[in-house]
Design a protein around this ligand. Sequence first.
Ligand code: NAD
Ligand code: DAU
Length: 349
Amino acid sequence: MKILITGGAGFIGSHVVRLFVNKYPDYQIFNLDKLTYAGNLANLRDIEKKPNYTFLKGDIVDQAYIQQIFQTYGFDGIIHLAAESHVDRSILNPLEFVKTNVLGTTNLLNVARHHWKENYDNKLFYHISTDEVYGSLGAEGLFSETTAYDPHSPYSASKASSDHFVRAYYDTFGLPVVISNCSNNYGPYQFPEKLLPLFIHNIKNNKPLPVYGKGENVRDWLYVEDHAKAIDTIFHKGKNGETYNIGGLNEWQNIRLIELMCSIMDRKLEQTEGTAAQLITFVKDRAGHDLRYAIDASKIKNELGWEPSLNFETGLELTIDWYLENTAWLENVTSGEYQKYYETQYTKR
Ligand code: NAD
Ligand code: DAU
């Protein structure tokens, strides 16, 4: 089986590539990535020399390039993760999100459809999406697979749009597809613009921790390797045309999570309890900030037998240790373009 994984040099993609390369030596795994600021081949050093792994540098928006790699390699399955993924950046530059997330996804669907020529046996287009397409919950309730789409940020609107195109290719052309919508991931190799790695990095460097609004927003956190296992399960056992929600069953109000992180960091850095928490700085809220996300993951549990395996306390300790140990990785990805973006964004607040 030849599998194209897009966005494999990013955070979640690198964990999916690693899992597939190691677990399925008989599969040929092709990692297609443009290597934007968020893509880093250092995320895959441990598997890059394996005989069943090939890296392809390219843009999912580039039609001629995508056609060419389909002709050269003849993929059977696609696991599509490549995307612009950060909500704050989508507020600064929505068109970049439309280009990659909407146009790029539709380009892949279109090339797959023409390449497979309706000979769809053992073929699959698997789109990795987000719970943010469902909008925002109040204090109660959970997102299920039938919750109506109600995206609020340019990021979630672009992901919702790409989900609709995936379904349209299933309904109109019979392309075999599956979609999963997952909650917030955390773990090693996440770009330090997202809450957890950004705050670990800032605590270590004695920089302010910018908490949006009053820190009352709630997210459901899932360890990234558990997400990669869910993707493996859905890729092999998911039903054609179906959607599966994936979640950690692990809701945290931002400020409570930040306080917990501060206290773990104080212990790890051997400083007085309360030192890191002094860095907490309440800043202007994110525009259109969704209050709460929470997932009903009973469908994937009951139908496919997946559920999160790592408890949050263990996952958080592992994650903090990883960022404290991998300082060279952090220095590398936070230099250059990222540093410029970070400074302009936060001096504006
Ligand atoms: P990421 O930003 O860490 O990685 C994205 C990867 O896509 C990078 O390697 C980047 O170089 C690549 N890429 C971007 N534009 C590209 C293009 N035009 N062509 C080819 N490659 C391109 O993102 P992530 O957090 O790993 O998220 C991966 C996917 O999972 C996304 O589709 C995201 O919407 C979805 N998702 C993320 C989360 C989360 O918590 N991070 C949760 C649910 C769903
Ligand atoms: O729910 C899934 C989504 O989770 C994914 O689809 C996205 O790709 C991923 O980025 C993530 O989106 P969030 O916006 O929830 O993640 P982020 O880490 O940016 O923010 C988490 C919460 O923390 C959110 O309520 C905003 C808040 N926050 C974030 C940052 C970066 C702060 O208070 N301060 C910050 O500096």
